[in-house]
Design a protein around this ligand. Structure first.
Ligand code: NCD
Length: 325
């Protein structure tokens, strides 16, 4: 498998396009060149992160993580990324903050803005909430997931993981399976993969397919075996019960039978297909534990790439002077 191995001495800054956006709200705002540039920046961050080095790029800058929804990996990843670039990182505990007393999002934004942060990383349960907040503050805003809308750094880390294994994105067949309707991960990935000219497939029961899905993906399947035929990448999604109004499926056992990734279903994809999952996983619901931990799984590598991608994005947004130099 072709792996692009960067020279460990690669400089993480200097040779990249200046990032022309003030915020990162979604993949939809990026063109193909900007996506490639962010992936290249992230590639250069991998050795820094692996060596547990701290760069001075964001020294003196303050990053606030504002998570209105539960998160383990995304919040930790943004925190580590900021710290590896020398930023001061503050995690707002929403549950014990004034938000719990009924403060509106706009008031919270104004309060945080008055403290002069350089970046606010936001996760919120409502689609569009992060963009709204970005209009009320003077600093950079990074979307760490808003409702079922976008999760741009997840799509970038998925793309980086795929590119490192397959050497490219263009022309690959990527199957995204499961709760497409409620998934910001699926949306951001479909936009990114489309921009990179990969062939995208979604696989789900009809009840988990959003309206207009045929405009978002190249192909739509309700039969998982057919959908996996010839796939280079199999991306599994969690059933997002917290984002759905009713129960998503009549029975977990039946869902697993038809849409759970086990060895037999995976055998329909290409022999060297990558198995991915953004986490958190529901083992035995959408994926067999033996597959999640098996030789084709790159799930923990996705987590590792998450730190590099978030370093790259924070650097691109906050270290603009270095781009101009
Ligand atoms: C995803 C999310 O929060 O959108 N998780 C993540 O960020 N790694 C997917 C999910 O919650 O299922």
């Amino acid at each position: 498998m072709a792996r692009r191995q960067p020279d460990p001495s690669d400089s993480p800054k200097g040779s990249f396009l200046p990032f022309r956006h003030r915020h990162l709200l979604g993949i939809a705002q990026l063109n193909q060149q900007e996506i490639i540039d962010l992936l290249d920046r992230a590639e250069a961050m991998i050795p820094i992160s692996r060596q547990r080095k701290t760069l001075p790029n964001l020294a003196g800058k303050t990053q606030i993580n504002l998570f209105f929804e539960n998160s383990t990996r995304t919040q930790a990843s943004f925190e580590i990324a900021g710290k590896r670039l020398g930023a001061t990182v503050m995690n707002m505990a929403v549950r014990t903050s004034s938000v719990a007393k009924g403060e509106t999002l706009v008031d919270t934004a104004a309060t945080l803005n008055a403290m002069q942060p350089d970046a606010i990383v936001v996760r919120h349960g409502s689609s569009g909430a992060v963009e709204l907040l970005s209009q009320k503050v003077e600093c950079a805003v990074l979307n760490a997931g808003d409702g079922a809308h976008e999760h741009p750094t997840q799509a970038l880390l998925d793309a980086l993981t795929i590119r490192r294994h397959k050497g490219r994105l263009n022309g690959l067949t990527v199957a995204i399976c499961g709760d497409i309707a409620n998934s910001r991960v699926a949306r951001s990935n479909l936009i990114l993969l489309g921009a990179m000219r990969a062939r995208t497939r979604v696989i789900a029961p009809k009840s988990l397919l959003p309206r207009g899905v045929d405009q978002m993906a190249s192909e739509v399947f309700t039969d998982m075996r057919k959908g996996l035929e010839g796939a280079d990448v199999v991306m599994m999604l969690r059933l997002q019960n917290e984002r759905a109004s009713g129960k998503l499926i009549p029975s977990v056992r039946e869902y697993y039978k038809f849409y759970g990734l086990d060895a037999e279903k995976l055998s329909h994809a290409n022999a060297d297909a990558l198995v991915m999952h953004p986490g958190p996983m529901n083992r035995g619901v959408e994926i067999d534990p033996a597959i999640a931990d098996g030789p084709q799984s790159v799930i923990t590598q996705q987590v590792e790439m998450g730190v590099a991608v978030r370093m790259a994005v924070l650097d691109a947004l906050l270290n603009k002077d270095a781009d101009d130099a």
